[in-house]
Ligand binder design. Structure first.
Ligand code: AMP
Ligand code: MG
Length: 347
C-alpha cells in the first residue's frame, strides 16, 4: 500500500486532509494523526476489524491495550463506566485538564471491543487538544483508538516524517501538522477513592502533566513500572509499560555520573546531552562523534520534552556504536523523561 502525507497548513488543505482521514476511518482503516503529545495511529474504536489494523500495522502484541480518544466529553459513557465514588473527581479532572495530555483509566463499557483494551476490564481514555486531531475526531463523530504511531517497542514519532519511517507501506495516510507541541506521551492515571479526603492518583505512566500539576486534586502515588525515589523502575502493574521500550536500534546507555563512563578505544559514541554545558561533566569525556542537546535553552524541561524523541531518532540514524544519555533532573517533566531514558537504556 502507498502511504501519503497530507499537509494541513492551509484551510483548504486541512479540510481536504480531514475529510480524507474520516473517509478512511469509516472504511475501517488506520490513519496517522498528530496529537499534542506524539503522532497517533487512529482507527474506529468500536469496530474490531479497524482496531485489528492498528495492531497489525504496529506489530503490537494483542495484550498491549490502546488509548481511546473522545470527540467530546459527553461521549465518555460510550467507552467507560464512571463509578459513583470517583464521579466527582473524574468531572473535576476533565474540567481542568481535558482536552489535554491526561489519560484516565476507568472501567470499560460493554460496547467497547475487548481488542481495544487487550482483554482488560478497564479502558484508558482521553481527549486530545490538537486542532487537527480534534477536527478529525469531531467530524468522525465517535471514539478513536489511537496509540503512538510507531512500530512496537520503537521510538514514538513526533513528526510526519518520523511516522513515515515507522509505518510507510502499512497505512494509507498521515496528516502532517509539523512537530508535536508536548513531545512525549500522555500522563496515565488510575483514580483510587478514599473514604474521606482526597482520592489517590496512581501514576501509571509519567507524562506532560506532572505530579505537581495533579497534586492539588489528589494524593500522588507512583505505580509499579514507574521510577521509585532512587529512580529505579520496578516491574510494571499494567501490560504495555514494558521495561524496555522507546528503544533506538543503536544501543543507548543512560550514564548517571560522568565518572561511570569509560569509552572503549575505536568505538564511536554520540552524546544526548541535557543542557550542553561543559560544567555537567559529559562534554569532555571523549571525542564524541556527535552531540545533541535536549535543551539548548540551558536546561528547560519542556524544551527537552519537545525535542526528546526527535533527538533520540536523529542520533539513532548516525550509525554510531553507542548513544550515551545524560540524566535530566528528577522533577516536573524530568520524571517522564528519565522514565523514557531508563526504558530506552539497555543497561
Ligand atoms: P500509547 O502507545 O502511547 O498509546 O500507550 C498505550 C499505553 O497505555 C499502553 O501501553 C498501556 O501502558 C497504557 N494503557 C492502555 N490501556 C490501559 C489500561 N486499561 N490500564 C492501564 N494502562 C493502560
Ligand atoms: Mg506507544
Amino acid at each position: 500500500m502507498d502511504t501519503f502525507i497530507a499537509p494541513t497548513d492551509r484551510a483548504d488543505l486541512l479540510r481536504a486532509a480531514v475529510s480524507q482521514a474520516v473517509e478512511f476511518l469509516r472504511e475501517g482503516e488506520a490513519v496517522a494523526l498528530p496529537t499534542e503529545t506524539v503522532y497517533g495511529l487512529a482507527a474506529d474504536a468500536l469496530n474490531p476489524a479497524a482496531v485489528a489494523r492498528i495492531f497489525e500495522a504496529k506489530e503490537r502484541p494483542s495484550f498491549d491495550p490502546l488509548i481511546v480518544h473522545l470527540p467530546h466529553r459527553k461521549r465518555l459513557a460510550d467507552v467507560a463506566l464512571v463509578p459513583p465514588d470517583i464521579a466527582e473527581t473524574v468531572a473535576t479532572l476533565i474540567d481542568t485538564f481535558w482536552p489535554g495530555p491526561l489519560t484516565l483509566v476507568l472501567p470499560k463499557a460493554p460496547a467497547l471491543p475487548d481488542a481495544v483494551t487487550g482483554g482488560l476490564p478497564t479502558v484508558a481514555v482521553r481527549m486530545s487538544s490538537h486542532p487537527v486531531f480534534k477536527a478529525v475526531v469531531t467530524s468522525f463523530g465517535g471514539p478513536l483508538a489511537a496509540p503512538s504511531a510507531n512500530r512496537f517497542g520503537r521510538i514514538s514519532p513526533t513528526s510526519a516524517a518520523a511516522v513515515m519511517k515507522e509505518l510507510e507501506g502499512r497505512i494509507p495516510l498521515i496528516l502532517d501538522a509539523g512537530a508535536c507541541p508536548e513531545g512525549i506521551e500522555s500522563t496515565i492515571i488510575r483514580i483510587i477513592p478514599t473514604p474521606q479526603g482526597k482520592p489517590i492518583f496512581r501514576i501509571l505512566r509519567a507524562g506532560p502533566l506532572t505530579k505537581e500539576d495533579l497534586q492539588p486534586y489528589g494524593k500522588i502515588e507512583w505505580a509499579n513500572g514507574q521510577p521509585d525515589k532512587k529512580g529505579q523502575i520496578p516491574p510494571p502493574e499494567v501490560p504495555g509499560q514494558l521495561p524496555h521500550h522507546y528503544a533506538p536500534t543503536t544501543p543507548l546507555r543512560l550514564v548517571e555520573n560522568p565518572q561511570d563512563f569509560h569509552p572503549e578505544p575505536g568505538k564511536r559514541y554520540a552524546l544526548l546531552s541535557y543542557r550542553g554545558d561543559a560544567e555537567d561533566g559529559f562534554l569532555d569525556l571523549t571525542e564524541w562523534d556527535h552531540v545533541l542537546v535536549l535543551s539548548p535553552g540551558s536546561g528547560k524541561l519542556p524544551e527537552a520534552a519537545l525535542r526528546f524523541f526527535h533527538c533520540l531518532r536523529s542520533l539513532d540514524e548516525l550509525g554510531v556504536d553507542e548513544i550515551i544519555a545524560e540524566p535530566v533532573p528528577l522533577r516536573g517533566l524530568g520524571m517522564a523523561l528519565m522514565e523514557r531514558l531508563r526504558r530506552a537504556s539497555r543497561y
